[in-house]
Design a protein around this ligand. Sequence first.
Ligand code: ZN
Length: 281
Amino acid sequence: MKLLRYGDEGQEKWGMLDSAGGIRTLEDALAQIGGEPVSLEWLAQLQKLDSAKLPLLKAAHRVGPCVPRPLNFVCVGLNYADHAAETGGRIPKEPILFLKSLSAFCGPYDDIVIPPGSRKTDWEVELGVVIGAKASHVSEAAALDYVAGYTVVNDVSERAYQTERAGQWDKGKGCDRFGPVGPYLVTKDEVPDPQALKLFCEVDGQMMQDGTTANMIFGVRRLVSYVSQFFTLYPGDIIATGTPAGVGMGKKPEPVFLRPGQSLRLGVQGLGEQRAKTIGG
Ligand code: ZN
């Protein structure tokens, strides 16, 4: 099942993708369904619906982030060995965690805003894990039982803010529109192995990142379990699991960064694609 949220920013409603790629509204269906959105129980009730019988949206709508604004937007740093190497970072002994500002959260086709004065805005395609049940101190063996599904995240990053302005990375990770999520929440029954997904990012049609989640240092099970030792995760929370090689800061002979007026296309196998333009802030 592929769920999405359509409508203007802050006014999004739930929809379901049908087999022909149309958006079916869940507005009426959800009036009959109880439970917390994105929880496993809630998803199980939606799975029983026949998308062909739900009303088809005729007009075009903006597609927003595939879940409501979460409580936790957790990111994992340097989780692919090739990316760690291109940034000059060491292979971490334990997962590196940071939190993305929730004001960065945005939709998969929303313009990416290059902050005023930024010279080093960069891209990072990532597999996003969406949590489906309250998770605190869960084991690796049980970790996937707490997962609702998967999505695409662009962990947009300003490298000067991240690494040249002292302290933690958060300054370079939380600018407005630095957190595109979606287009779909793809339930985990459609993703039998989250460690066997290709992922890519193109800028102006040029392939920049072309990787596979098979190369993660810490896999999804380990990450969900690990994060839950420190923060309680809730339905709708997101873990962005790190990015493969090919980011702008790692390009040779010179780093390459985003400018206003560029086009990004990025995706994860089976989870859909984001497309966004860059604009000046
Ligand atoms: Zn990242």
